[in-house]
Design a protein around this ligand. Sequence first.
Ligand code: 5GP
Ligand code: 5GP
Length: 227
Amino acid sequence: MKNSHSSILLKLLFLQYLSVLCVSQSFDFFYFVQQWPGSYCDTKQSCCYPTTGKPAADFGIHGLWPNYQDGSYPSNCDPDSPFKQSEISDLRSSMQRNWPTLACPSGSGIQFWTHEWEKHGTCSESVLDQHGYFETALNLKNKANILQALTRAGIQPDGKSYSLSSIKDSIKVAIGYTPWIECNVDGSGNSQLYQVYLCVDTSGSGLIECPVFPRGKCGSSIEFPVF
Ligand code: 5GP
Ligand code: 5GP
């Protein structure tokens, strides 16, 4: 009798240990990355509008990427969890508006979202399932309106150049957190505003100051191309 009690206790302890293993997340924070379509099109020398039409002249989501404090990151964490359109059918029209694909040839977005889910989303499955992952990114875009932050400070997508510090400051003022700016280079060698990185806590619900910034540098004055 005593023996069977202790074996049940052992089993319970083991189950508890397994559940801790399962829910413990294996990353430290997310980068939430938004891309400026005008710069994507300039760098690639070309881009293709999605089959649903030219996207709005707004930043679009690139991805929500689990990351480690030391700057490294996990990727392609679960080959057994393929992207399933049926799980996000209610989000589809919002995804088309807020997470459009610009890669060629023109696509509906499914390939881009599949890539982002499989490479990055599967690494935060311990906290967000597929629906939760995409919904979280869409909610973050509402909280972090980069174009509004910039235009309020007089920084517009007009092909002119703006100081990197004014771009960062205007985002910090409007959104409350310091962004990291990724630049690219257009056909004539100008540094352009390409992607804006903000950091998010492991639950995906709140912005945080970035524990670490990616590497790379922009010029001190960068172009904000028309789209
Ligand atoms: P690139 O080499 O063009 O900077 O990045 C290529 C891809 O690698 C990105 O689109 C993204 O999927 C991944 N990547 C690059 N840098 C980071 C990073 O700092 N953190 C994470 N999580 N992914 C990154
Ligand atoms: P990452 O750089 O996130 O690892 O990979 C992005 C992948 O998604 C690339 O294979 C790229 O061709 C594809 N892709 C499709 N549409 C887009 C888009 O609008 N922007 C970016 N950056 N990549 C896209």
